[in-house]
Design a protein around this ligand. Structure first.
Ligand SMILES: Nc1ncnc2c1ncn2[C@@H]1O[C@H](COP(=O)(O)OP(=O)(O)OP(=O)(O)O)[C@@H](O)[C@H]1O
Length: 115
């Protein structure tokens, strides 16, 4: 049980680090709160809540993986290196792809309700 609590502690430490150090993660957290408030305002259905929750979780998880990759790259390759840059670019591309998916999900759900 103690070990489990300790693992949660490490996970929260990671979340706090990402929130403190990554502007993009902070912005996505703010966007998530605004989307949740809007969802409450327009009274989303259960299925719509599931889609929105999935989109939010995917974006935030992608940002966290991207942060972990950036930290790792900076650790193993602190100097300029083409391959290191490529690793960061690909990770950033994954975040962009998932953020676009979340945007499409949000547009499909909210545009008909707000127009
Ligand atoms: N060690 C490196 N070698 C080569 N290119 C790098 C290296 N570090 C970063 N880059 C290039 O600079 C870009 C931005 O890197 P950086 O680590 O600043 O990421 P970021 O997305 O701006 O992260 P942060 O949110 O920490 O500012 C990378 O996508 C990559 O193209």
């Amino acid at each position: 049980m103690n070990k489990l609590l300790q693992s949660f502690g490490y996970a929260f430490k990671g979340l706090a680090y990402a929130f403190r150090s990554q502007l993009n993660f902070k912005l996505h957290c703010v966007a998530a709160v605004l989307v949740l408030a809007l969802g409450w305002y327009v009274q989303l259905s259960v299925a719509e809540w599931l889609w929105i929750s999935l989109a939010i979780a995917l974006v935030l998880a992608a940002e966290l993986f991207n942060t972990a990759i950036e930290v790792l790259v900076d650790l193993v390759s602190p100097n300029w290196n083409e391959q290191a840059g490529r690793v960061k670019d690909v990770a950033a591309g994954a975040v962009l792809l998932i953020a676009l998916l979340a945007l499409v999900v949000g547009l499909f759900i909210f545009v008909p309700k707000l127009s």
